[in-house]
Design a protein around this ligand. Structure first.
Ligand SMILES: [Zn+2]
Length: 348
């Protein structure tokens, strides 16, 4: 949050300014699994979309993958059970260390294929891609991009929504509409699944922008052809539901449908078993016991969250494997700190 430094951020800045990150990196290595989560690679192509999702430029991503390859065993989904056994002291495979990293991507943006895949291939690293199958089958803007699109396209000075959503009108006259977008996203996170369309329609009316046309998503998502090529090229895939709802806001039956359908669709396209899923949004409150039951009923081995942290490999909750956000505000110094000392720096 701007203007407020917590202790961790102060520590990181001090380390960065004093060359302390090098000292951090020379500390004895920790053991465990660090799972990083990216969304988009490159630089924002359209200022109307949610720019927070651009995780790194292609060059920075390349640097990050090299750092991981130097200091970790970078693993894919198929190696995860062995890595966990190793961390529990029962491993047989000769790993470089007992320090594992996974490089994961969520959603299915086209730059995953165009920019991330070549870097991963060149560095001989497996990436794990969690795809929302509805975006591939029927390309349209995802709700977070559509909210950004509607707010940024608006020619109005203020917008108001019914009081149960927004207690006061929001000014759009400043150059930074980011705060309004973030406020609306936070409301969306809490909405019952049956209210989300009504909410988006309400924003469409209030902004005067209307709902985003289908063409706004042209060229934004990977195609099945790209995904198959990556799968054949050694990349791993997992489910991320069909429509990217916040699962905890759905009924148990609806959750089951989203989870099962996305798995079947991926298995049909890739002709390989899909046994992992990452939770849309992935906060602690974004999934619940019904989600876990659905994963278990549909034969999933692993569920990945997205609120920070790393795994020691002991007492593992297989339906809550922690992941660290690599978003647009993560510098190379942040990245190196996180790899060197995830206990402190593996944040959301
Ligand atoms: Zn997602």
């Amino acid at each position: 949050m701007a203007g407020r430094l917590n202790k961790r951020e102060l520590l990181r800045r001090t380390l960065s300014a004093t060359g302390g990150i090098k000292a951090l990196e020379s500390l004895p290595v920790w053991n465990g699994l660090l799972v990083l989560n990216y969304h988009r690679i490159g630089t924002p192509t359209d200022p109307l979309f949610d720019e927070a999702l651009w995780s790194a430029t292609q060059d920075d991503f390349d640097r990050q993958v090299r750092i991981l390859k130097d200091g970790f065993d970078v693993i894919g989904l198929s190696e995860l059970p062995d890595a966990m056994r190793d961390l529990q002291g029962a491993g047989r495979q000769p790993w470089k260390s007992s320090r594992f990293a996974m490089i994961t991507f969520d959603d299915g943006y086209v730059d995953n294929y165009e920019l991330a895949y070549p870097v991963l291939k060149a560095n001989d690293a497996t990436g794990v891609f969690f795809v929302a199958t509805g975006f591939i089958d029927e390309p349209r803007l995802a709700w977070w991009d559509e909210i950004a699109w509607m707010i940024r396209s608006s020619t109005r000075d203020t917008i108001g929504l019914p009081e149960n959503w927004l207690d006061e009108p929001q000014k759009l006259d400043g150059s930074d509409r980011r705060q309004v977008i973030n406020r609306l996203l936070r409301i969306y996170y809490r909405l019952d699944g049956c209210r989300t369309t009504q909410f988006l329609d309400g924003i469409a009316d209030a902004t005067g922008s209307g709902r985003a046309p289908k063409e706004a998503a042209d060229g934004q998502w990977m195609t099945w052809e790209m995904i198959r090529e990556m799968s054949d090229g050694g990349m791993d895939f997992g489910a991320h539901t069909v429509t990217h709802p916040i699962l905890a806001n759905l009924t148990a039956d609806e959750q089951g449908m989203e989870i099962c359908e996305s798995r079947l669709r991926l298995e049909k396209q890739l002709d390989r078993p899909i046994t992992s899923l990452s939770y849309p949004v992935g906060k602690r409150e974004s999934f619940n016991d019904d989600t876990r039951a659905a994963l278990s009923n549909h034969g999933f081995d692993w569920g990945f969250s997205y609120y920070g942290g790393h795994s020691s490999g002991v007492d593992v909750d297989r339906y809550d494997i922690p992941r660290v956000a690599i978003e647009s505000d993560v510098s190379m110094a942040d990245f190196r700190s996180c790899c060197a000392l995830p206990h402190v720096f593996a944040r959301h």
